[in-house]
Design a protein around this ligand. Sequence first.
Ligand SMILES: *[C@@H]1O[C@H](CO)[C@@H](O)[C@H](O)[C@H]1NC(C)=O
Ligand SMILES: *[C@@H]1O[C@H](CO)[C@@H](O)[C@H](O)[C@H]1NC(C)=O
Ligand SMILES: *[C@@H]1O[C@H](CO)[C@@H](O)[C@H](O)[C@H]1NC(C)=O
Length: 240
Amino acid sequence: MVRPREPAGRGGLCFALAAAVFASLLPLPCESACREGCDLALASYYVSEDDVVSTIAPLFGIGYKDVLPYNSLTSPDFILTGSRLSIPFRCGCNDDGSLGHTFAYTTRSGDTYVNIARSRYRNLTTADALRRANSYPAVLIPIGVPINITVACFCGDEGISSDYGLFVMYPIRPGDTAETVAAAVGFSSSTLLQEYNPGINFTSGQGIMFVPTRDPQGRYRPLKARSSKRGALILFIYFS
Ligand SMILES: *[C@@H]1O[C@H](CO)[C@@H](O)[C@H](O)[C@H]1NC(C)=O
Ligand SMILES: *[C@@H]1O[C@H](CO)[C@@H](O)[C@H](O)[C@H]1NC(C)=O
Ligand SMILES: *[C@@H]1O[C@H](CO)[C@@H](O)[C@H](O)[C@H]1NC(C)=O
């Protein structure tokens, strides 16, 4: 292997090292709310009559095959009305420092922010969030244009438990309680669900709950150590 020439000799190395150490001491811009997000979160999509995976998946910018590993389906053409489909997506940082993801949706005739949020996206977003994320006034949404669908997400909380790093975003439906949601997602503790969702009234029939869930291998994913990346970078520079 050819060793790359060090452009500025040892001085360059020392400068890089000092810069890296300095950077590691600075707080990241949005430390409190959003550091980097996580590569995987799931959206819980409530299945209505006539839904098929191949029409739901494109609402989230993916193909039906991407959805299959996260759901136990006998056939993608047949999903039970009233069941829920888990849709994988990347949970990133919004401009305001909160966690979220923006999907693109092409408007159709008759669309309003309310029906896009409630019917097309099954309450994974809200009409208010759509009004904030799009420049079109609510009464004048053109047909056939892309609009931003903002969905909130969550990657876990060290202060609650480091055993859980994969969450499903679960819009609460009328009749749900913390216990019915826990049972529906196969999660044993409704106490932990209350801890993860402090501001939510579980019996109000609305709101989005963050629920720890298993990956396609059937395991809970532990929370990733957030500081390991920067530590590795410094070591890399030091030893190179
Ligand atoms: C979405 O929320 C509205 C208002 O709370 C509710 O009436 C509707 O049934 C919900 N839709 C779904 C698919 O859960
Ligand atoms: C969607 O969001 C992007 C980035 O914030 C913005 O530039 C664009 O205008 C938004 N789209 C609409 C329809 O408002
Ligand atoms: C939760 O919502 C239900 C139904 O809307 C309401 O009756 C109840 O008072 C609410 N509880 C709290 C603590 O706000």
